[in-house]
Each structure stands twice: as structure tokens, then as C-alpha cells.
Ligand binder design. Structure first.
Ligand code: ZN
Length: 253
């Protein structure tokens, strides 16, 4: 089976409500390749390693969370960006990228998928943070200690977790934002949760956690953002009846 890139990108733009979400990069088709889509490779970031893996797989379309053309970056196609883009163009591969629309989607979003991995209930968006769905809150099935939540995250995400947790803290209500969401720790405090989980950490995040009595977990930007694009790819495979291959290029950050 196959689908045209036009059909596929129109479908994804609608599903992920691209028009409604303001972002720091273009969402949708970023680099145009072949007209017919017969094999999609999915991954977190359109790095050279992922582009090369897509070429090796003979894919015609690459679907990622982190694409190119970020606000504030150099507008020229030189150096690293030239190598990546010329590899795509030479091999006639489409690059589809969805950033915030893929973080916040109520079913395939990174935040929703992380909640599933942790078995979080009563999931809802913290409404003070826009776009809605970037910061989420919910409840664990039962109260647990910081060490146990750290262990759960380590098991589910297959990596080491950084934790800053007040002694004897019992955790039931959590807030989370996949990726580089450490700046939302204060909104998490305001949402009155016991713990905040995100991908990355900054020096000041630790002070906020200590002084505002909230448990903090940095579980990896890459690790927390594998599951959205993976779930979306599985959906596309079913919906269009085409092969979709998720490729994880490990990243310790
Ligand atoms: Zn990200």
C-alpha cells in the first residue's frame, strides 16, 4: 500500500491541529522528497545518524519530533545542516516534523504517552500553561516514596534518573512536561503537586525543588520524548496500511 506525501501531511496537520498551535519551528513537511510514501521511518530527532538509518532502510519518508529551521538559529544551509539536508535531498526523502503539536496531542502526544508508561490517572492539563497540554497533572495509583518513583522511571525509560526529593516525601499527585520543561517547575508548584517530572535539569531547578518542597525528576529529554512519535507511527501504519519503523538513536541528554 502507499499514500501520497500530500495526503499524509494533510492528514497529520489536521490530526495534530498544527494551525492552532504557535511554535518555534515549521510543523509539517519541512523537506520535500518522493511523491509516493511506501515506508516511513520515525525517530526523535532528524540527526545525521537518523537520516543515515532511514537511507539504509530504504525509507522514503522520515517523521520526527525535532526537525530543522528553529527560530533563532542560523538561516543558512551550511555545515551540519547542509550535510543533513543534502542527504535527504540526494535520497529523495520527505522530512515531516511535529514539535509542540506532538507534545500536547491528547492521544499520541509525548505527555500522554509518558502518563501511560507511569500509569497516571485523572490526567488533565495545567491550564495556566500555553499551549494547553504542555504541562500536565495527574495522580499515581497509590502514594509512593521518591526512591520508588525514581526506580519506576528508570525501569520504564531504561536510563538513570536525576532526583531531588525532600526526605520522607510521599508522592501521589504529579505534574510533568516531556523534553526541556524544567522552566515549568514553578507552575508545577502552583498546581500543588507532590512531584514534577521533565527531561532536563538546570542549576536553579534544584534550588526551587528544595525551597518549594517539591520532588523533582529529570528523566532525559530524549528518553521522555521517544513515545509520542512512536505511537503516532504505529497509528499511521494501521491507518494507511504502510510499514513504519521506529529507530531509536540513543542520546544521554
Ligand atoms: Zn523536545
Amino acid at each position: 500500500m502507499s499514500v501520497s506525501i500530500q495526503q499524509l501531511s494533510t492528514y497529520l496537520n489536521g490530526l495534530l491541529r498544527v494551525q492552532e498551535i504557535t511554535d518555534y519551528c515549521p510543523n509539517g513537511l519541512q523537506v520535500e522528497g518522493r511523491r509516493e510514501v511506501t515506508h516511513i521511518v520515525t525517530g526523535v530527532t532528524a540527526s545525521q545518524a537518523l537520516v543515515d538509518a532511514a537511507i539504509a532502510q530504504g525509507a522514503d519518508t522520515l517523521l520526527v519530533h525535532h526537525g530543522y529551521f528553529w527560530k533563532g538559529e542560523s538561516q543558512t544551509i551550511t555545515g551540519m545542516k547542509k550535510k543533513r539536508i543534502s542527504a535527504l535531498l540526494k535520497n529523495d526523502i520527505n522530512l515531516l516534523a511535529y514539535h509542540l503539536p506532538l507534545d500536547v496531542h491528547p492521544e499520541y502526544g509525548n505527555n500522554r504517552q509518558l502518563a501511560k508508561l507511569l500509569n497516571v490517572h485523572q490526567v488533565k492539563a495545567v491550564s495556566s500553561v500555553k499551549p494547553v497540554g504542555v504541562l500536565m497533572e495527574g495522580e499515581l495509583p497509590s502514594p509512593i516514596k521518591g526512591e520508588d518513583l525514581k526506580q519506576l522511571l528508570a525501569t520504564q525509560l531504561s536510563r538513570e534518573i536525576l532526583m531531588e526529593c525532600p526526605q520522607n516525601k510521599e508522592i501521589t499527585r504529579i505534574a510533568w512536561c516531556t523534553g526541556g520543561g524544567q522552566g515549568f517547575i514553578e507552575q508545577a508548584v502552583e498546581a500543588n503537586v507532590d512531584a514534577f517530572i521533565t527531561g532536563e535539569v538546570s542549576e536553579q531547578t534544584i534550588h526551587v525543588a528544595r525551597e518549594m518542597d517539591i520532588a523533582f525528576f529529570a528523566a532525559g529529554h530524549h528518553a521522555t520524548e521517544r513515545y509520542g512519535v512512536k505511537a503516532l507511527g504505529e497509528h499511521l501504519s494501521e491507518h494507511f496500511d504502510i510499514p513504519v519503523t521506529f529507530i531509536d538513536i540513543p542520546n544521554p541528554a
